[in-house]
Design a protein around this ligand. Structure first.
Ligand SMILES: NC(=O)c1ccc[n+]([C@@H]2O[C@H](COP(=O)([O-])OP(=O)(O)OC[C@H]3O[C@@H](n4cnc5c(N)ncnc54)[C@H](OP(=O)(O)O)[C@@H]3O)[C@@H](O)[C@H]2O)c1
Length: 340
């Protein structure tokens, strides 16, 4: 499936990183969470467009509500000549499917929806087993919500290990973990996660957690790598900062004549991450994939971006709180203690 565009930019050769178990994951993937802004058909059309440009990695999840449509696009992509083994497809078990047997059932449903017989990567989307309705406000409170319970998480993880052993998935990983929770998992698991998907952008670098992952051969995948500029109003607070208007990012963008979003991605990839930016616009898809092939930031620029961390978490997870008197900080084990 070579296009003139692909040969012009050689975008069919996006680099891959080798994970601890030898799997090779493309450094740039397309996020597929359309949120309130892009409906499933628009995201699915972008998947086909992205594959024509050269994308081979797609970050999916059952909760994104579009795996059926994305699956149709993947079928189209494969019918046009892209081999299954060239693709890297991730999906995730949603929080209301952590119970006994549910992880396996959820994975099988994602496989069916996506039209695949295996996933390249399956993640536990959040460490909390708490349901909330789609599109609810951040003040929504589920009276049945529970804190993180390690024994329960390990039951979920052991189902992930079964999926791997049975060949339904090729790699397993975590998402939205903290240092404290990851240490517990590493102590008690039989099979270690090979990746952790976590929020990372210049204003939220998570350096300590990132370094811990790297030291333990767990590849960080950065979500919302541009700082999720199109997230819904309900996910914004007055304290949130904006990566793409930061003077350090703007100065580099001007030097390279690229959009500031692209600088965020270049920084992430040069730092060693896998990035999964969301885009449905052709020009954005192209520049985001090109960012994954760039090593254009100088050491001084990398250092300058390292200096603009504002510890500004955007995806705060308020809906997972299990008591009404809590704040979102209680979810993130900031002093190393898992709150109960
Ligand atoms: N594991 C998790 O819990 C989790 C959580 C959140 C997200 N994710 C994953 O991460 C993916 C990305 O996260 P995200 O959508 O929150 O944020 P993001 O990738 O940081 O931001 C995406 C938005 O940035 C803009 N954009 C993209 N490329 C651009 C470019 N080259 N130039 C200018 N603007 C550009 C687009 O806005 P416009 O469309 O308005 O132009 C796009 O909608 C999701 O789709 C999902 O797959 C995972």
């Amino acid at each position: 499936m070579k296009t003139p565009l692909e040969s012009e930019y050689d975008l069919g050769c996006v680099p891959r990183r080798t994970l601890a178990n030898g799997s090779q994951i493309p450094v740039v993937g397309m996020g597929t969470f359309g949120s309130d802004k892009y409906n499933p058909d628009t995201v699915a059309a972008a998947v086909v467009e992205a594959a024509m440009i050269g994308y081979r990695h797609f970050d999916c999840a059952s909760v994104y509500g579009n795996e059926v449509q994305v699956g149709s696009s993947l079928k189209q992509v494969m019918q046009s000549g892209v081999k299954r083994e060239e693709l890297w497809i991730t999906s995730k078990v949603w929080n209301d499917m952590h119970g006994d047997g549910n992880v396996i059932a959820s994975c099988k449903q994602s496989l069916k929806d996506l039209g695949l017989d295996y996933l390249d990567l399956y993640l536990v989307h959040w460490p909390f087993p708490n349901f909330h309705p789609k599109g609810c406000s951040v003040t929504y409170h589920n009276p049945d919500a529970k804190p993180y319970i390690h024994e329960a998480y390990m039951k979920t993880w052991s189902q992930m290990e079964v999926l791997l052993n049975e060949g339904l998935v090729r790699n397993i990983g975590t998402s939205n973990m903290t240092l404290a929770k990851m240490k517990l998992l590493l102590n008690d698991c039989t099979i270690k996660p090979v990746v952790n998907e976590m929020e990372i952008h210049p204003h939220f670098q998570q350096a300590e957690l990132y370094d811990f992952m790297v030291a333990n051969k767990i590849q960080p995948i950065g979500f919302s790598p541009i700082g999720s500029p199109s997230r819904p109003e309900r996910d914004r607070t007055p304290e949130d900062t904006c990566d793409t208007t930061d003077p350090v990012i703007l100065k580099i963008a001007e030097r390279l004549n690229v959009h500031p979003a692209v600088v965020c991605l270049m920084w992430a990839v040069q730092r060693g991450e896998i990035v999964i930016p969301f885009a449905v616009k052709r020009e954005q898809l192209i520049s985001n994939l090109k960012a994954g092939m760039s090593t254009q930031l100088t050491a001084d620029e990398m250092n300058a971006i390292a200096g603009i961390d504002k510890k500004c978490r955007l995806i705060k997870g308020q809906v997972f709180l299990w008591r009404k008197d809590q704040t979102w900080e209680d979810l993130w084990d900031e002093n190393g203690i898992i709150k109960q």
